[in-house]
Design a protein around this ligand. Sequence first.
Ligand code: ZN
Length: 218
Amino acid sequence: MAKKKKYRSSNRSYALVAVMAVALLAGSFALGWHFGVQSTRFQGEILLVNESNRLAEDYVPEGLVNLYQQRHSFRMASSEIYLTRETYEAMEKMFHAAEEADMNGYIVTSGYRSYQRQAEVYAQSEPGKAQQPGASEHQTGLAFDVTVETNDGFESTPQYAWLSQHAHEYGFIQRYPANKSDVTGISYEPWHYRYVGVDAATRMWKTGETLEEFLARN
Ligand SMILES: [Zn+2]
């Protein structure tokens, strides 16, 4: 009887150890998954490109699409503008929404630029007006420049005002805002938009942080 009781008791403690082990395993899994998702979303997937974070000469993003060959609710300065498919799809959704809101006339002027192309742009530009090859976001295929036909600057147009209020809803940030050139290293570029995904874009839109500041904090 005593022996049986002892056996039962140890059986029970085995069961308890097993339950605790499973709970611990599940807990650490949940924890690891949680942190894994956070770091993937904000560090791994959001590419930071600037003077001190340069892309390799042979870096070419995967899945570039020619915008001219896609359905487009915007005009283009050239039939040879490329972006990653995800970026194109988000931008098309955005400009389609703008059109629905009677906001028309957007002209996309630039998208993906290879390292070699950026080197040419850099060589032809006045000092400080273009990024050095490898330091341009245009090499990511995640950024585009846009304007409208205007005699004033793009920043004084209603189309610009619409983008300022809605771009984040489609995953875009204005990458080089006014008064942030000390952080970005780039002077105000109201025409340059960068795809980072809706979640990150919305957070940055709310806090007014640049990509540099956002990634340093997350
Ligand atoms: Zn640009």
